[in-house]
Design a protein around this ligand. Sequence first.
Ligand SMILES: [Zn+2]
Length: 149
Amino acid sequence: MENRWCSACGCSYLPRPQAPRQAYCTKPECRRERRRIWQLAKRRSDPDYLMNQTQAQKDWAARNQDYWKRYRQQHPAYVERNRDQQRERNDLRKLEGVAKMAPSADALSLDTGTYELRRIGCEVNANMASWIVAITVLSRGSGPPATAV
Ligand SMILES: [Zn+2]
C-alpha cells in the first residue's frame, strides 16, 4: 500500500490493507469528519434516515429540556468561548460589509506567477509534498481582466 493524503487534514497516512478505499487517516478529528460527511450524504439520500434522525433528536430534546441550560451553567469556559466566537463572527460580518463597498488593496496584492503550495499543520511533514501552482490574476476589481496563462 502506498501513502495517501487524508481528505480531512491533508496529512500523509498509510491506508489499512483491509480498507482499500480508505480516504481518511486515523486521527479522531478526521474520523469524526468522515462520519460527519457520511451522515450528511445519508441524510440527503435517505429520507427515512433523515426522518428517524430528526425524530430521535426531537425525542431527546423533549426528554432533556434543560440540558443546554445546565451545560452552560456547568461550563463557563464554553459560554465564554461561544461569546468570543460570536463577537468574531459579528466583527467579520462588519468587515465583509466594508470589503464589499471598497476592496482593500492588501487583499488583492497577489500577483500572477508561480507559487509553491504546501499544507501546514501536519505533525508528520519532514518529506511533505508540495505543489507548484500557477496563479493568474483575472481581475483586480476594476478595469479589464489580466491575460490568462
Ligand atoms: Zn487526517
